[in-house]
Design a protein around this ligand. Sequence first.
Ligand SMILES: O=P(O)(O)OP(=O)(O)OP(=O)(O)OC[C@H]1O[C@@H](n2cnc3c(O)ncnc32)[C@H](O)[C@@H]1O
Ligand SMILES: [Ca+2]
Length: 497
Amino acid sequence: MSAQREMKEKNPWHMPVTIIITVIGVIAIVALVTVAVLQNRPLPQKYKYGIVLDAGSSHTALYIYEWPAEKDNNTGRAEQKHSCKVKGPGISSYASAPLKAGESLRACMQEAEQWVPERRHRETPLYLGATAGMRLLNMENSTASDGVFRAVEGALQKAPFSFQGARILSGQEEGAFGWVTVNYLDDRLKQGLETTGALDLGGASTQISFISDKFDGSESQSNSVAFRLYGNDYNLYTHSFLCYGKDQALRLTLAHQTQSGPNLISDPCFNPGYSSTKNYSAIYDSPCVSNRKPQGAPLSFIQEGKGNFLQCQEVVKNVFNFTHCKYSQCSFNGVFQPLLQGPFGAFSAYYFVMNFLNLTDTTIPLETVKQKLASYCATPWSQIMQQHPDVKVKYLAEYCFSGTYILTLLTEGYNFTSESYSDIKFIKKIKGSDAGWTLGYMLNLTNMIPAEAPDSPPLPHAGYVSIVTIMAILLLILFIISLRPLWPRCSKQPQIV
Ligand SMILES: O=P(O)(O)OP(=O)(O)OP(=O)(O)OC[C@H]1O[C@@H](n2cnc3c(O)ncnc32)[C@H](O)[C@@H]1O
Ligand SMILES: [Ca+2]
């Protein structure tokens, strides 16, 4: 018994001082790690919001964006939280009843009030940007377009948000902000990666925007937009073709086919068996074609589908003018375009149409894509209607034309080849946010993309906590090892007899 007591007394782990030091050591280390974790824990996330109304030629859509409140200049990315499609046509269609344009926005504005937390309402910026439909109305009748703007402004001022104004975007802005959106959502700007070009096909205009090493803006300044984003300089090539959105392009082809003023046209861009009576005035009441209205044309004409892709392509080619180019190279209508470069994201109607036709896969050779489209065009209208009872008849009737227009615009217009066609991706959304100009527009107006790369802490929070924890554990091990001389010698313990 006495030997046992003696051993207990010699064992330093049983010495009160050692026990106290160890306990204090452990407590200190636990406290250190706890403080490191708690002090640097990210605060509960608060969000800020921004609302953009895209007043397009065919319809208006509202987008709500959300981003972390503390990080709007730094690491947090703005994302689309919600979108709302305004019922009815685009605001430019309300030229003769402008108040209705304002009223049409009400339901989506009420939805926005539900989606943005109430305490954030007053600080949330609200923008309305109008594109080609209002550009055309403004050209045609600026009093009417002013009336529409007054009406929508009146309606938006009533909302509880911070209304920042309604205006027409220039074609250049529309193209450039679409490019910013695509590359921002793909995290290409912050990391200085190779950028993606943007192809936007609307109802009344179409935009192409990309970076080309060969383009410094000098050959055509009107196609150049210079940016400095996150410390990188970009010289963007962009062009917007007014009247080359898919609705106006259809008018251009119909105008071409009705030039001699017949009252029956046999249209290769519509399915066989399709037949519709159309008013001449409905086709020609747009500044894109109004000067081509044939003299003494009858009131209406009958359009009969023939469903022939190759002939349709020939008709569509007529809307592009390739005769003059005063630059080193052009796309069409004498517009400068540098050599195509890099990957491209094609959105809006590019996506709607190619998605319907099951042709979004660009690894399929271009020739096969054309064959598939040709077979779609040749399908009888009755069969198409039967196969797609849920699709809007206007869209359904136009898919053969729209698909043909898209392929012709890309290959003949912009000079994509069978090879570079595979550089195109038909996209709708990127990481949950719609591809389009609205996000880029808001990021620009709220100064959310800094010109210089922001300083970031040397270590992220998780890295910091891990290092503190590892260091603390190492210290504890060191401490225990330093007590080694006091360790009991367990190997050769005296035998207790
Ligand atoms: O840019 P602008 O020219 O002002 O026009 P927009 O903004 O109104 O144009 P959208 O991209 O919304 O739509 C482009 C076209 O695609 C049409 N569209 C929309 N949804 C479609 C679908 O599901 N299938 C086919 N076409 C569709 C729409 O009517 C337009 O003619
Ligand atoms: Ca648009």
